[in-house]
Design a protein around this ligand. Sequence first.
Ligand code: UT7
Length: 331
Amino acid sequence: MSKITAAITAVGAYVPEYVLTNQILETMVDTNDEWITSRTGIKERRILKEEGKGTSFLAIKAAQDLINKRGIDPKEIELVIVATATPDMKAASTAAFTATQIGAVNAFSFDLEAACSSFLFGMSTAARYIESGKYKNVLLIGADKNSSMINYEDRATCIIFGDGAGAVLFEPNEENLGLQDEYLRSDGSGRDFLQATYGGSSYPTTVDAIEKGAHYVFQDGKTVFKNAVSRMADVAVKILERNNLTNDDIAWLAAHQANKRIVDATANRIDLDKDKVMMNIEKYGNTTSATLPLLLNDYESQLKKGDNIVFAAFGGGFTWGSIYLKWAYNS
Ligand code: UT7
């Protein structure tokens, strides 16, 4: 019997309707379109405005999009993973609520949190369940309502983040398509540079903390930038070397959309042409766990069966890594 690999067989996505443009941000904080565009590549981002709607709202919509496109009966889904840094609530699993709402009533489900690397690490996790031979349909959703933890008076963070969700289905493959290799890393000494200090178990929210805005995301952008540039590129190089791949063998780079300059630096390190670099940061900003599936959704029509795709991500914690995957279908 041939080896079972874990292939992506469908993609879905959802972004909220409200568009927060650089021009609108100019009226909110001391910034301007030229600065944001040249430093980050971002022109606009989507924000989920409706009260009471959390990350699961985005995750459900993305999953439903995938289910409709693929025509799969949700009862056949056996596992739902929601990769997110912004769960609906503490203690209650966002994935459990999402799975029930989409009709995946035979699935078990859990959340996976690794900041901006959540979806990448989720790909590795989903693949292991498929490769075990015990599971046939694993739904991985990357969803984040970043606006729930952003201070819209802090120009260092509010220009970067957006809300959104994307979903992929993993199924067994016997043609050796799907996930081929991965190199995943973390370094906890990085957490001082990107975090929301209050609101977790170390520092539960207090009135004082809220008054100081210490429950919002804080980022030392320069330090995160430096680490992201070097570490994301290092792991992409490692994945290529380990699999004897040259730039000519790579059809696409799908890199976490945190800053266009970070993605460009990674592409330069592996000497990849611009037209092989997936990019949609201009439309959505940094959607944390949703950037990679949103890229796949936007580029799906251009992807061909057998295409070699290198994924790369870097996020808070620090967490980072790279995955090499062979695309499994023509759309
Ligand atoms: O997804 C998780 C990982 N996150 C990332 O990878 C994000 C990594 N970091 C970054 O993308 C960049 O560091 C930022 C986009 C956050 C900032 O860009 P930068 O080129 O590192 O700018 P900076 O923080 O060094 O600031 C440069 C200047 C400063 O002014 P002075 O001191 O040179 O006079 C800032 O005060 O730009 C100023 N500045 C701004 N000006 C207009 C900072 N933010 C803004 C702003 N608008 N929004």
